[in-house]
Design a protein around this ligand. Structure first.
Ligand code: BTN
Length: 325
């Protein structure tokens, strides 16, 4: 308890010194209790400088992922207000579905690493310490046909957050991949639970994984297709700052969605969709085929035409960019 309160106070004053005396008065505990809490926070890996004369300072670049650090950057009403951070878990999406499914709208689970991170189409999502792995429980009732609107809103939110924090411009590969240049920076996994009687969606687990640093030990096949923020910005944002910025944008975009303003999310999405007009390979249930991307429709489905001129609407599945003629 004292530990959490000391952390919140240090986080509030991040980069500046607070005296042990001031902390002890503010929290109504002894100097010894403050000292003990600082000791425990340091043991947990927080970078807290001790300043001559008995002051403490949580250093500006300390990248520890804590509830206090994430929440200090939140401007949301609901998202991230209930927040749990685990040192490790198999998959934050699986964990929310299994252990936190009764939580309220906006409940957010972060994990420092995932040992069995999941991607779309049964793929794995490599999730070593250093990236951002987050799942948000959304209690929204919407028709199943509109579920991809959530993925689109999440993709736009991640782009807006990263662009704002790092000054980069990002691209989106339909439907859920965010690219920086020619490589994937972020993946999104939207999983819905359906109400039996109506077939409508009643809750959603929205998983977001962002690479901040690619470890040299990662398999070569991942390094070939993935990139990380630290390749593009000299000082990538702290994980906590990125998490809160994504949640801030996501809440705004979900509010637009709820207010029947999906059209403005779609226009943000389309402006980053770099597959428009490109020849792609479509991977679905059947054999892969090539197609040219015409547009995206109001439900987030991709409109393509085939070399024989026939037109198709893609509801799900995956596309990959082919060498352009
Ligand atoms: C994809 O690239 O196909 C989607 C990747 C989604 C990864 C995130 S990380 C947090 C959440 N937990 C998971 O197991 N997956 C998502």
């Amino acid at each position: 308890m004292v530990r959490e309160e000391v952390l919140a106070a240090l986080e509030h004053a991040r980069g500046t010194v607070i005296s042990g005396e001031a902390l002890s008065q503010k929290l109504h505990v002894s100097r010894a209790a403050i000292w003990k809490a600082i000791d425990r926070l340091r043991a947990d890996g927080l970078q807290i400088d001790a300043v001559h004369g008995g002051g403490y300072c949580l250093v500006e670049h300390d990248d520890s992922l804590t509830v206090a650090a994430v929440q200090s950057g939140l401007h949301t009403q609901k998202l991230g207000r209930e927040l749990v951070i685990l040192p490790t878990t198999a998959s934050t999406n699986t964990m929310v579905k299994r252990e936190y499914h009764n939580q309220c709208h906006g409940f957010t689970l972060l994990s420092i690493e995932q040992t069995a991170g999941r991607g779309r189409l049964g793929r794995t999502f490599c999730s070593p310490d250093g990236g951002l792995y987050m799942s948000i429980l959304l209690r929204m009732s919407l028709p199943l046909a509109h579920i991809s609107r959530i993925t689109l809103a999440a993709a736009v939110s991640v782009c807006q957050a990263v662009e704002h924090l790092c000054g980069l411009s990002l691209g989106i590969k339909w439907v859920n991949d965010i690219f920086c240049g020619s490589k994937k920076l972020c993946g999104i996994l939207t999983e819905a639970s359906i109400e039996g009687e109506t077939g409508a969606v009643d809750s959603i687990v929205l998983g977001i994984g962002v690479n901040l640093h690619l470890d040299a030990s990662l398999p070569e096949e991942i390094r070939k297709i993935a990139c990380a923020l630290d390749e593009f910005c000299s000082a990538p944002p702290r994980r906590a700052v990125l998490a809160s910025e994504i949640l801030n944008h996501l809440e705004q975009n979900l509010n637009l969605l709820n207010a029947d303003q999906f059209v403005s999310i779609l226009s943000e999405y389309r402006s980053r969709l770099f597959v428009l007009g490109k020849t792609v390979q479509v991977l679905g249930d059947g054999a892969p085929y090539s197609a040219i991307v015409d547009d995206i429709n109001f439900d987030g489905h991709l409109l393509v035409h085939l070399p024989d001129g026939s037109r198709k609407t893609l509801f799900s599945g995956e596309i990959s960019i082919l060498p352009q003629k």
